[in-house]
Ligand binder design. Structure first.
Ligand SMILES: [Zn+2]
Length: 565
Protein backbone atom coordinates (compact mmCIF):
# COMPACT_ATOMS: atom_id res chain seq x y z
CA UNK A 1 0.00 0.00 0.00
CA UNK A 2 1.37 3.38 -0.88
CA UNK A 3 1.56 6.33 1.44
CA UNK A 4 -1.32 8.65 0.88
CA UNK A 5 -0.74 12.33 1.21
CA UNK A 6 -2.78 13.85 3.96
CA UNK A 7 -0.56 15.24 6.69
CA UNK A 8 0.56 18.23 4.68
CA UNK A 9 -2.84 19.65 3.88
CA UNK A 10 -3.35 23.29 4.53
CA UNK A 11 -5.37 24.34 7.54
CA UNK A 12 -8.86 25.67 7.06
CA UNK A 13 -8.99 29.41 7.51
CA UNK A 14 -10.06 30.63 10.88
CA UNK A 15 -10.52 27.15 12.23
CA UNK A 16 -8.46 25.77 15.05
CA UNK A 17 -5.25 24.15 13.93
CA UNK A 18 -6.29 21.30 11.69
CA UNK A 19 -5.17 17.88 12.78
CA UNK A 20 -5.35 14.90 10.45
CA UNK A 21 -7.79 12.26 11.64
CA UNK A 22 -5.10 9.66 12.18
CA UNK A 23 -3.44 11.98 14.68
CA UNK A 24 -6.56 13.35 16.20
CA UNK A 25 -8.00 9.93 16.96
CA UNK A 26 -4.78 8.20 17.92
CA UNK A 27 -5.66 5.81 20.76
CA UNK A 28 -4.78 7.22 24.17
CA UNK A 29 -5.63 4.12 26.18
CA UNK A 30 -5.01 0.42 25.65
CA UNK A 31 -8.76 -0.03 25.52
CA UNK A 32 -8.87 2.07 22.36
CA UNK A 33 -6.39 -0.15 20.54
CA UNK A 34 -8.72 -2.08 18.30
CA UNK A 35 -8.14 -5.68 17.34
CA UNK A 36 -5.15 -6.16 19.64
CA UNK A 37 -6.84 -7.93 22.53
CA UNK A 38 -4.07 -10.45 23.18
CA UNK A 39 -1.45 -7.75 23.38
CA UNK A 40 -3.53 -5.61 25.71
CA UNK A 41 -4.20 -8.55 28.02
CA UNK A 42 -0.54 -9.57 28.30
CA UNK A 43 0.62 -6.02 28.85
CA UNK A 44 -2.06 -5.38 31.44
CA UNK A 45 -1.06 -8.51 33.33
CA UNK A 46 2.62 -7.60 33.19
CA UNK A 47 1.98 -4.11 34.51
CA UNK A 48 -0.46 -5.06 37.27
CA UNK A 49 1.75 -7.89 38.47
CA UNK A 50 4.79 -5.64 38.38
CA UNK A 51 6.71 -8.02 36.11
CA UNK A 52 8.06 -5.46 33.71
CA UNK A 53 10.48 -6.52 31.01
CA UNK A 54 13.45 -4.34 30.12
CA UNK A 55 12.75 -4.63 26.44
CA UNK A 56 9.58 -4.85 24.38
CA UNK A 57 9.51 -5.86 20.76
CA UNK A 58 6.48 -4.75 18.79
CA UNK A 59 6.09 -6.31 15.39
CA UNK A 60 3.47 -6.08 12.66
CA UNK A 61 2.83 -4.64 9.21
CA UNK A 62 3.12 -0.92 8.74
CA UNK A 63 0.32 1.29 9.93
CA UNK A 64 -0.99 -1.24 12.39
CA UNK A 65 -0.21 0.87 15.45
CA UNK A 66 3.31 0.00 16.58
CA UNK A 67 4.51 3.48 17.49
CA UNK A 68 1.17 4.32 19.02
CA UNK A 69 1.45 1.24 21.20
CA UNK A 70 5.05 2.11 22.06
CA UNK A 71 3.97 5.53 23.30
CA UNK A 72 1.11 3.99 25.24
CA UNK A 73 3.56 1.66 26.97
CA UNK A 74 5.81 4.64 27.73
CA UNK A 75 2.86 6.39 29.33
CA UNK A 76 1.75 3.31 31.24
CA UNK A 77 5.21 2.93 32.71
CA UNK A 78 5.68 6.59 33.63
CA UNK A 79 2.18 7.70 34.60
CA UNK A 80 1.91 9.05 38.13
CA UNK A 81 -1.87 9.47 38.08
CA UNK A 82 -3.97 12.57 38.47
CA UNK A 83 -2.94 12.90 42.10
CA UNK A 84 0.76 12.49 41.31
CA UNK A 85 1.09 9.44 43.54
CA UNK A 86 0.31 6.53 41.21
CA UNK A 87 2.63 3.80 39.97
CA UNK A 88 2.86 2.09 36.57
CA UNK A 89 -0.65 1.41 35.38
CA UNK A 90 -2.34 -0.31 32.45
CA UNK A 91 -4.67 2.67 32.36
CA UNK A 92 -2.53 5.78 32.10
CA UNK A 93 -4.44 8.81 33.34
CA UNK A 94 -3.77 11.08 30.39
CA UNK A 95 -3.67 14.18 32.61
CA UNK A 96 -0.43 13.94 34.62
CA UNK A 97 2.64 15.80 33.39
CA UNK A 98 4.21 12.65 32.01
CA UNK A 99 1.14 11.43 30.14
CA UNK A 100 0.71 14.85 28.59
CA UNK A 101 4.33 15.34 27.64
CA UNK A 102 4.56 11.88 26.07
CA UNK A 103 1.35 12.45 24.10
CA UNK A 104 2.86 15.65 22.76
CA UNK A 105 6.20 14.03 21.90
CA UNK A 106 8.13 16.32 24.22
CA UNK A 107 9.09 14.23 27.21
CA UNK A 108 12.81 14.52 27.98
CA UNK A 109 13.03 10.97 29.29
CA UNK A 110 11.27 9.34 26.35
CA UNK A 111 13.67 9.19 23.44
CA UNK A 112 12.57 8.12 19.99
CA UNK A 113 14.88 7.05 17.24
CA UNK A 114 14.06 5.92 13.74
CA UNK A 115 16.59 3.25 12.90
CA UNK A 116 15.66 3.51 9.23
CA UNK A 117 17.42 6.84 8.98
CA UNK A 118 20.08 6.29 11.63
CA UNK A 119 21.47 2.85 11.16
CA UNK A 120 25.11 3.30 12.16
CA UNK A 121 27.12 2.49 15.21
CA UNK A 122 27.70 6.17 16.03
CA UNK A 123 24.00 6.90 16.07
CA UNK A 124 23.25 4.13 18.49
CA UNK A 125 26.30 4.96 20.63
CA UNK A 126 25.15 8.53 20.93
CA UNK A 127 21.73 7.30 22.00
CA UNK A 128 23.00 4.70 24.44
CA UNK A 129 25.42 7.17 25.94
CA UNK A 130 22.61 8.56 28.04
CA UNK A 131 21.54 5.16 29.36
CA UNK A 132 23.73 5.40 32.44
CA UNK A 133 22.20 8.70 33.57
CA UNK A 134 19.06 8.57 35.63
CA UNK A 135 15.87 9.95 34.14
CA UNK A 136 15.37 13.68 34.60
CA UNK A 137 11.82 13.62 35.88
CA UNK A 138 10.11 10.37 35.02
CA UNK A 139 10.23 6.97 36.64
CA UNK A 140 11.87 5.35 33.63
CA UNK A 141 14.03 6.52 30.83
CA UNK A 142 12.40 5.01 27.77
CA UNK A 143 14.06 4.40 24.44
CA UNK A 144 11.75 3.83 21.53
CA UNK A 145 13.59 2.53 18.48
CA UNK A 146 11.47 2.24 15.36
CA UNK A 147 12.36 -0.06 12.44
CA UNK A 148 14.99 -1.64 14.66
CA UNK A 149 15.80 -4.31 12.05
CA UNK A 150 17.57 -1.61 10.02
CA UNK A 151 20.43 -1.25 12.51
CA UNK A 152 23.85 -2.33 11.33
CA UNK A 153 25.49 -5.37 12.85
CA UNK A 154 27.82 -3.23 14.91
CA UNK A 155 24.93 -1.13 16.12
CA UNK A 156 23.08 -4.27 17.19
CA UNK A 157 26.12 -5.45 19.11
CA UNK A 158 26.35 -2.17 20.95
CA UNK A 159 22.66 -2.36 21.75
CA UNK A 160 22.99 -5.93 22.93
CA UNK A 161 25.60 -4.96 25.48
CA UNK A 162 23.16 -2.55 27.06
CA UNK A 163 20.30 -5.02 26.84
CA UNK A 164 22.34 -7.66 28.65
CA UNK A 165 22.77 -5.50 31.72
CA UNK A 166 20.27 -2.71 31.55
CA UNK A 167 20.16 -0.19 34.42
CA UNK A 168 16.97 -0.46 36.50
CA UNK A 169 15.72 2.90 35.28
CA UNK A 170 15.85 2.10 31.56
CA UNK A 171 13.27 0.43 29.29
CA UNK A 172 13.56 -0.25 25.58
CA UNK A 173 10.64 -0.44 23.21
CA UNK A 174 11.47 -1.65 19.74
CA UNK A 175 9.21 -1.67 16.73
CA UNK A 176 9.79 -3.54 13.50
CA UNK A 177 8.01 -4.59 10.36
CA UNK A 178 10.56 -7.35 9.74
CA UNK A 179 11.02 -9.39 12.85
CA UNK A 180 13.12 -12.00 11.03
CA UNK A 181 15.88 -9.48 10.47
CA UNK A 182 16.23 -8.82 14.18
CA UNK A 183 19.05 -10.91 15.70
CA UNK A 184 17.77 -13.63 18.00
CA UNK A 185 20.17 -12.40 20.69
CA UNK A 186 18.17 -9.18 20.82
CA UNK A 187 14.80 -10.90 20.52
CA UNK A 188 15.54 -13.24 23.40
CA UNK A 189 15.95 -10.27 25.71
CA UNK A 190 12.61 -8.71 24.85
CA UNK A 191 9.00 -9.43 25.52
CA UNK A 192 7.52 -9.80 22.07
CA UNK A 193 4.14 -8.57 20.92
CA UNK A 194 2.69 -9.32 17.52
CA UNK A 195 0.31 -6.61 16.39
CA UNK A 196 -2.31 -8.06 14.17
CA UNK A 197 -3.74 -6.56 11.03
CA UNK A 198 -7.03 -5.03 12.03
CA UNK A 199 -10.06 -6.86 10.64
CA UNK A 200 -11.96 -4.83 8.08
CA UNK A 201 -15.20 -5.15 10.10
CA UNK A 202 -13.46 -3.57 13.11
CA UNK A 203 -12.01 -0.84 10.92
CA UNK A 204 -15.39 -0.09 9.45
CA UNK A 205 -16.86 0.35 12.92
CA UNK A 206 -13.98 2.59 13.92
CA UNK A 207 -14.36 4.75 10.81
CA UNK A 208 -18.12 4.97 11.30
CA UNK A 209 -17.63 6.24 14.86
CA UNK A 210 -15.01 8.78 13.83
CA UNK A 211 -17.09 10.06 10.90
CA UNK A 212 -19.95 10.63 13.27
CA UNK A 213 -17.77 12.55 15.71
CA UNK A 214 -16.48 14.63 12.82
CA UNK A 215 -20.05 15.41 11.85
CA UNK A 216 -19.61 13.84 8.43
CA UNK A 217 -22.25 11.68 6.78
CA UNK A 218 -20.57 8.71 5.15
CA UNK A 219 -22.45 5.91 3.38
CA UNK A 220 -22.00 2.41 4.77
CA UNK A 221 -20.77 1.30 1.36
CA UNK A 222 -18.17 4.07 1.38
CA UNK A 223 -17.00 3.05 4.85
CA UNK A 224 -16.72 -0.56 3.73
CA UNK A 225 -14.59 0.50 0.76
CA UNK A 226 -12.32 2.60 2.95
CA UNK A 227 -11.95 -0.32 5.37
CA UNK A 228 -11.11 -2.65 2.51
CA UNK A 229 -8.54 -0.29 1.03
CA UNK A 230 -6.98 0.25 4.46
CA UNK A 231 -5.82 -3.37 4.35
CA UNK A 232 -5.58 -3.79 8.10
CA UNK A 233 -4.11 -0.38 8.88
CA UNK A 234 -6.13 2.12 10.87
CA UNK A 235 -3.74 4.89 9.91
CA UNK A 236 -4.03 4.28 6.16
CA UNK A 237 -7.80 4.01 6.45
CA UNK A 238 -8.08 7.27 8.34
CA UNK A 239 -5.97 9.03 5.73
CA UNK A 240 -8.36 7.84 3.03
CA UNK A 241 -11.39 8.78 5.10
CA UNK A 242 -9.86 12.18 5.71
CA UNK A 243 -9.45 12.73 1.99
CA UNK A 244 -12.95 11.50 1.21
CA UNK A 245 -14.56 13.77 3.80
CA UNK A 246 -12.68 16.82 2.61
CA UNK A 247 -13.45 16.06 -1.05
CA UNK A 248 -17.15 15.83 -0.28
CA UNK A 249 -16.91 19.39 1.10
CA UNK A 250 -19.72 19.07 3.61
CA UNK A 251 -21.91 16.81 1.50
CA UNK A 252 -22.63 13.16 2.09
CA UNK A 253 -19.69 10.88 1.24
CA UNK A 254 -21.01 8.35 -1.25
CA UNK A 255 -19.72 4.94 -2.15
CA UNK A 256 -19.15 5.97 -5.75
CA UNK A 257 -17.12 9.02 -4.72
CA UNK A 258 -14.78 6.84 -2.67
CA UNK A 259 -14.63 4.33 -5.50
CA UNK A 260 -13.55 7.07 -7.91
CA UNK A 261 -11.06 8.44 -5.43
CA UNK A 262 -9.44 5.04 -4.97
CA UNK A 263 -9.58 4.11 -8.66
CA UNK A 264 -11.74 1.10 -7.86
CA UNK A 265 -13.99 -0.74 -10.22
CA UNK A 266 -17.68 -0.84 -9.52
CA UNK A 267 -18.55 -3.96 -7.56
CA UNK A 268 -21.52 -4.88 -9.68
CA UNK A 269 -19.44 -4.42 -12.81
CA UNK A 270 -16.75 -6.69 -11.43
CA UNK A 271 -19.47 -9.34 -11.14
CA UNK A 272 -20.58 -8.59 -14.73
CA UNK A 273 -17.01 -8.90 -15.93
CA UNK A 274 -16.45 -12.17 -14.14
CA UNK A 275 -19.70 -13.59 -15.45
CA UNK A 276 -18.81 -12.69 -19.02
CA UNK A 277 -15.35 -14.15 -18.68
CA UNK A 278 -16.56 -17.41 -17.17
CA UNK A 279 -19.19 -17.86 -19.84
CA UNK A 280 -16.64 -17.32 -22.58
CA UNK A 281 -18.04 -13.96 -23.69
CA UNK A 282 -14.75 -12.41 -24.74
CA UNK A 283 -16.16 -9.44 -26.60
CA UNK A 284 -18.49 -8.42 -23.80
CA UNK A 285 -15.77 -8.92 -21.19
CA UNK A 286 -13.34 -6.71 -23.08
CA UNK A 287 -15.99 -4.00 -23.48
CA UNK A 288 -16.72 -4.08 -19.76
CA UNK A 289 -13.02 -3.82 -19.00
CA UNK A 290 -12.68 -0.86 -21.38
CA UNK A 291 -15.63 0.88 -19.67
CA UNK A 292 -14.08 0.42 -16.26
CA UNK A 293 -10.75 1.68 -17.51
CA UNK A 294 -12.35 4.73 -19.06
CA UNK A 295 -14.14 5.40 -15.79
CA UNK A 296 -10.75 5.60 -14.08
CA UNK A 297 -10.36 2.12 -12.59
CA UNK A 298 -6.84 0.78 -12.61
CA UNK A 299 -6.54 -2.46 -14.64
CA UNK A 300 -4.40 -4.04 -11.95
CA UNK A 301 -7.01 -3.22 -9.32
CA UNK A 302 -9.67 -4.82 -11.51
CA UNK A 303 -7.64 -8.02 -11.58
CA UNK A 304 -7.27 -7.84 -7.83
CA UNK A 305 -11.01 -7.45 -7.50
CA UNK A 306 -11.56 -10.49 -9.70
CA UNK A 307 -9.08 -12.47 -7.61
CA UNK A 308 -10.86 -11.43 -4.46
CA UNK A 309 -14.17 -12.46 -5.96
CA UNK A 310 -12.86 -15.89 -6.98
CA UNK A 311 -11.36 -16.35 -3.54
CA UNK A 312 -14.60 -15.43 -1.87
CA UNK A 313 -16.64 -17.76 -4.09
CA UNK A 314 -14.26 -20.60 -3.40
CA UNK A 315 -14.63 -19.99 0.30
CA UNK A 316 -18.39 -19.97 0.32
CA UNK A 317 -18.34 -23.20 -1.66
CA UNK A 318 -16.37 -24.77 1.16
CA UNK A 319 -18.16 -22.96 3.96
CA UNK A 320 -21.55 -21.68 2.77
CA UNK A 321 -22.26 -20.02 6.13
CA UNK A 322 -19.67 -17.38 5.12
CA UNK A 323 -22.28 -15.95 2.76
CA UNK A 324 -24.45 -14.99 5.74
CA UNK A 325 -21.94 -12.35 6.85
CA UNK A 326 -24.00 -9.16 7.22
CA UNK A 327 -20.94 -7.07 6.28
CA UNK A 328 -21.37 -8.28 2.69
CA UNK A 329 -23.11 -6.21 0.10
CA UNK A 330 -26.42 -7.48 -1.19
CA UNK A 331 -24.89 -8.20 -4.63
CA UNK A 332 -22.34 -10.50 -3.13
CA UNK A 333 -24.87 -12.38 -1.11
CA UNK A 334 -27.32 -13.09 -3.89
CA UNK A 335 -25.47 -12.96 -7.15
CA UNK A 336 -22.21 -14.32 -5.80
CA UNK A 337 -23.79 -17.31 -4.14
CA UNK A 338 -25.72 -18.17 -7.29
CA UNK A 339 -22.62 -17.87 -9.44
CA UNK A 340 -20.50 -19.90 -7.04
CA UNK A 341 -23.13 -22.64 -7.18
CA UNK A 342 -22.77 -22.93 -10.94
CA UNK A 343 -18.98 -23.04 -11.04
CA UNK A 344 -17.15 -26.18 -10.05
CA UNK A 345 -14.21 -26.14 -7.69
CA UNK A 346 -11.66 -27.10 -10.39
CA UNK A 347 -12.94 -24.26 -12.58
CA UNK A 348 -12.63 -21.76 -9.73
CA UNK A 349 -9.15 -22.96 -8.86
CA UNK A 350 -8.11 -22.65 -12.47
CA UNK A 351 -9.52 -19.12 -12.63
CA UNK A 352 -7.60 -18.26 -9.47
CA UNK A 353 -4.34 -19.57 -10.87
CA UNK A 354 -4.80 -17.71 -14.15
CA UNK A 355 -5.66 -14.46 -12.40
CA UNK A 356 -2.76 -14.74 -10.02
CA UNK A 357 -0.35 -15.36 -12.86
CA UNK A 358 -1.98 -12.54 -14.82
CA UNK A 359 -1.66 -10.17 -11.90
CA UNK A 360 2.09 -10.50 -11.73
CA UNK A 361 2.28 -10.12 -15.50
CA UNK A 362 0.12 -7.00 -15.42
CA UNK A 363 2.20 -5.49 -12.65
CA UNK A 364 5.35 -6.00 -14.68
CA UNK A 365 3.87 -4.94 -18.02
CA UNK A 366 4.64 -1.53 -19.51
CA UNK A 367 0.95 -1.31 -20.50
CA UNK A 368 -1.06 -2.94 -17.72
CA UNK A 369 -4.33 -2.61 -19.64
CA UNK A 370 -3.03 -4.75 -22.49
CA UNK A 371 -1.75 -7.35 -20.06
CA UNK A 372 -5.13 -7.46 -18.32
CA UNK A 373 -6.90 -7.81 -21.67
CA UNK A 374 -4.74 -10.80 -22.43
CA UNK A 375 -5.62 -12.37 -19.10
CA UNK A 376 -9.32 -11.85 -19.81
CA UNK A 377 -9.00 -13.40 -23.26
CA UNK A 378 -7.08 -16.39 -21.90
CA UNK A 379 -9.62 -16.94 -19.17
CA UNK A 380 -12.59 -16.63 -21.47
CA UNK A 381 -11.17 -19.27 -23.81
CA UNK A 382 -10.17 -21.51 -20.94
CA UNK A 383 -13.74 -21.26 -19.66
CA UNK A 384 -14.89 -22.89 -22.91
CA UNK A 385 -12.51 -25.75 -22.39
CA UNK A 386 -13.16 -28.69 -20.16
CA UNK A 387 -10.99 -28.99 -17.10
CA UNK A 388 -8.27 -31.59 -17.63
CA UNK A 389 -10.18 -34.01 -15.41
CA UNK A 390 -13.39 -33.53 -17.44
CA UNK A 391 -11.49 -33.97 -20.68
CA UNK A 392 -10.10 -37.30 -19.58
CA UNK A 393 -13.44 -38.46 -18.26
CA UNK A 394 -15.17 -37.49 -21.49
CA UNK A 395 -12.60 -39.22 -23.64
CA UNK A 396 -12.88 -42.32 -21.52
CA UNK A 397 -16.60 -42.31 -22.21
CA UNK A 398 -16.01 -41.61 -25.87
CA UNK A 399 -18.06 -38.39 -25.72
CA UNK A 400 -16.91 -34.93 -26.79
CA UNK A 401 -15.48 -33.03 -23.84
CA UNK A 402 -17.59 -30.02 -23.05
CA UNK A 403 -18.26 -28.21 -19.87
CA UNK A 404 -21.52 -26.43 -19.13
CA UNK A 405 -20.79 -22.75 -18.83
CA UNK A 406 -22.45 -20.57 -16.24
CA UNK A 407 -24.80 -18.64 -18.43
CA UNK A 408 -25.86 -20.87 -21.24
CA UNK A 409 -26.36 -20.28 -24.05
CA UNK A 410 -23.05 -18.46 -24.14
CA UNK A 411 -21.87 -16.57 -27.14
CA UNK A 412 -19.32 -18.81 -28.79
CA UNK A 413 -15.83 -17.37 -29.10
CA UNK A 414 -15.10 -15.71 -32.44
CA UNK A 415 -13.47 -17.17 -35.51
CA UNK A 416 -10.03 -17.61 -34.04
CA UNK A 417 -11.35 -19.53 -31.11
CA UNK A 418 -10.52 -23.01 -32.27
CA UNK A 419 -6.99 -22.06 -33.10
CA UNK A 420 -6.46 -20.65 -29.64
CA UNK A 421 -8.23 -23.53 -27.99
CA UNK A 422 -6.07 -26.02 -29.74
CA UNK A 423 -3.06 -26.96 -27.76
CA UNK A 424 -4.13 -24.98 -24.77
CA UNK A 425 -5.98 -27.70 -22.93
CA UNK A 426 -2.74 -29.22 -21.87
CA UNK A 427 -1.01 -25.96 -21.22
CA UNK A 428 -3.85 -25.10 -18.91
CA UNK A 429 -2.55 -27.95 -16.79
CA UNK A 430 0.18 -25.46 -15.91
CA UNK A 431 -2.37 -23.53 -13.96
CA UNK A 432 -3.53 -26.51 -11.98
CA UNK A 433 -2.27 -26.36 -8.42
CA UNK A 434 0.43 -28.89 -7.73
CA UNK A 435 -1.36 -30.73 -5.01
CA UNK A 436 0.90 -33.72 -4.96
CA UNK A 437 3.05 -32.31 -2.16
CA UNK A 438 0.26 -32.42 0.37
CA UNK A 439 1.20 -34.11 3.59
CA UNK A 440 -0.36 -37.53 3.82
CA UNK A 441 -2.04 -38.97 6.86
CA UNK A 442 0.66 -41.58 6.79
CA UNK A 443 3.37 -38.96 7.30
CA UNK A 444 1.71 -37.67 10.41
CA UNK A 445 1.28 -41.04 12.09
CA UNK A 446 4.60 -42.41 10.83
CA UNK A 447 6.70 -44.60 13.07
CA UNK A 448 10.08 -43.32 14.14
CA UNK A 449 11.82 -44.65 11.04
CA UNK A 450 10.49 -44.93 7.52
CA UNK A 451 10.64 -48.25 5.66
CA UNK A 452 13.66 -48.62 3.41
CA UNK A 453 12.96 -47.45 -0.13
CA UNK A 454 13.63 -50.31 -2.57
CA UNK A 455 13.82 -48.27 -5.78
CA UNK A 456 14.91 -44.80 -6.78
CA UNK A 457 11.25 -43.97 -7.44
CA UNK A 458 10.47 -44.96 -3.88
CA UNK A 459 13.21 -42.59 -2.70
CA UNK A 460 11.49 -39.74 -4.53
CA UNK A 461 8.14 -40.74 -2.99
CA UNK A 462 9.77 -40.70 0.42
CA UNK A 463 10.97 -37.14 -0.16
CA UNK A 464 7.45 -36.15 -1.14
CA UNK A 465 6.05 -37.81 1.92
CA UNK A 466 8.54 -35.96 4.09
CA UNK A 467 7.39 -32.71 2.46
CA UNK A 468 10.72 -32.19 0.73
CA UNK A 469 8.94 -31.44 -2.52
CA UNK A 470 11.78 -29.26 -3.81
CA UNK A 471 14.32 -32.03 -3.48
CA UNK A 472 11.89 -34.61 -4.83
CA UNK A 473 11.47 -32.47 -7.95
CA UNK A 474 15.22 -32.17 -8.37
CA UNK A 475 15.64 -35.93 -8.05
CA UNK A 476 12.89 -36.52 -10.53
CA UNK A 477 13.89 -33.99 -13.17
CA UNK A 478 17.56 -33.19 -12.76
CA UNK A 479 19.42 -36.42 -12.04
CA UNK A 480 20.11 -39.54 -14.06
CA UNK A 481 20.35 -42.63 -11.95
CA UNK A 482 23.52 -44.66 -12.45
CA UNK A 483 23.37 -47.18 -9.62
CA UNK A 484 20.90 -48.00 -6.90
CA UNK A 485 21.49 -50.46 -4.07
CA UNK A 486 20.29 -50.68 -0.53
CA UNK A 487 22.03 -47.76 1.17
CA UNK A 488 23.77 -46.54 -1.97
CA UNK A 489 22.71 -44.16 -4.71
CA UNK A 490 24.92 -42.98 -7.53
CA UNK A 491 23.58 -40.40 -9.91
CA UNK A 492 24.64 -37.94 -12.56
CA UNK A 493 23.08 -34.52 -11.89
CA UNK A 494 22.56 -31.88 -14.54
CA UNK A 495 23.82 -28.32 -14.18
CA UNK A 496 20.62 -27.15 -12.49
CA UNK A 497 21.01 -29.48 -9.53
CA UNK A 498 22.60 -27.85 -6.49
CA UNK A 499 26.13 -28.98 -5.64
CA UNK A 500 25.22 -30.37 -2.25
CA UNK A 501 22.25 -32.41 -3.51
CA UNK A 502 23.95 -35.79 -3.07
CA UNK A 503 25.12 -34.87 0.42
CA UNK A 504 21.65 -33.74 1.42
CA UNK A 505 20.00 -36.85 0.00
CA UNK A 506 22.36 -39.15 1.89
CA UNK A 507 21.94 -37.22 5.10
CA UNK A 508 18.13 -37.12 4.99
CA UNK A 509 17.74 -40.76 3.98
CA UNK A 510 20.03 -41.81 6.83
CA UNK A 511 18.00 -39.70 9.21
CA UNK A 512 14.65 -41.01 8.01
CA UNK A 513 15.44 -44.70 7.70
CA UNK A 514 17.80 -44.99 10.63
CA UNK A 515 20.27 -46.73 8.37
CA UNK A 516 23.34 -45.32 6.70
CA UNK A 517 22.79 -44.10 3.15
CA UNK A 518 25.42 -42.76 0.82
CA UNK A 519 24.52 -40.74 -2.24
CA UNK A 520 27.27 -39.75 -4.62
CA UNK A 521 27.77 -38.01 -7.91
CA UNK A 522 29.27 -39.92 -10.84
CA UNK A 523 29.98 -38.86 -14.40
CA UNK A 524 28.55 -41.88 -16.19
CA UNK A 525 25.60 -41.10 -18.49
CA UNK A 526 23.01 -43.00 -16.47
CA UNK A 527 19.33 -43.72 -17.15
CA UNK A 528 16.64 -41.31 -18.31
CA UNK A 529 15.41 -39.07 -15.51
CA UNK A 530 12.30 -40.34 -13.72
CA UNK A 531 10.38 -37.52 -15.33
CA UNK A 532 11.46 -38.53 -18.83
CA UNK A 533 10.54 -42.12 -18.05
CA UNK A 534 7.07 -41.05 -16.96
CA UNK A 535 6.54 -39.04 -20.14
CA UNK A 536 7.63 -41.96 -22.31
CA UNK A 537 5.29 -44.20 -20.42
CA UNK A 538 2.43 -41.74 -20.71
CA UNK A 539 2.82 -41.34 -24.47
CA UNK A 540 2.32 -45.07 -24.85
CA UNK A 541 -0.97 -44.91 -22.96
CA UNK A 542 -3.97 -45.28 -25.32
CA UNK A 543 -6.04 -42.65 -23.48
CA UNK A 544 -3.27 -40.07 -23.66
CA UNK A 545 -2.79 -40.93 -27.32
CA UNK A 546 -6.40 -40.11 -28.02
CA UNK A 547 -6.13 -36.81 -26.11
CA UNK A 548 -3.09 -35.83 -28.12
CA UNK A 549 -4.97 -36.62 -31.30
CA UNK A 550 -8.00 -34.62 -30.15
CA UNK A 551 -5.85 -31.58 -29.36
CA UNK A 552 -3.17 -31.32 -32.04
CA UNK A 553 -0.15 -29.39 -30.89
CA UNK A 554 -0.76 -30.23 -27.26
CA UNK A 555 2.15 -31.52 -25.26
CA UNK A 556 2.29 -33.42 -22.02
CA UNK A 557 3.19 -30.92 -19.33
CA UNK A 558 3.37 -33.38 -16.49
CA UNK A 559 2.22 -36.71 -15.25
CA UNK A 560 0.23 -37.33 -12.15
CA UNK A 561 -0.78 -40.72 -10.91
CA UNK A 562 -4.48 -41.42 -10.54
CA UNK A 563 -4.06 -42.16 -6.84
CA UNK A 564 -2.50 -38.77 -6.22
CA UNK A 565 -4.87 -36.07 -5.02
ZN1 LIG B 1 -0.68 9.90 33.69
Amino acid sequence: MTERPSADRSEPEGAEAYRVLARKYRPTTFGQLIGQDALVRTLTNAITSGRLAHGYMLTGVRGVGKTTTARLIARALNCIGADGKGGPTPEPCGVCVHCKAIAEDRHVDVLEMDAASRTGIDDIRELLDGVRYRPTSARYKIYIIDEVHMLSEKAFNALLKTLEEPPEHVKFIFATTEIRKVPVTVLSRCQRFDLRRIESGDLQKLFAGISKREGAVVDDGALALVARAADGSARDGLSILDQAISQAAGKQVSESAVRDMLGLADRALVFDLFESVMSGGVKKALDLLADQYAAGASPVVILQDLLELVHWMTRIKVAPEGAEDPALAETERTRGVAMAGKLSMPVLTRAWQMLLKGLSEARAAPMPLQAVEMVIVRMAYAAELPTPADAIKALENGAPATRPSISAPSSPPGGGARAVARGSVMSSVDYAPQTNVQPTAHAQTAPEFMPMPQTFGAVVDLFLEKREAGMATLLKHNVRLVRFENGLIEFNPDKNAPKDLAGQVGKLLTQWTGQRWVASVVNTAGQMTLHEQELEHAKADPLVKSILEAFPGATIAGVRRADEP
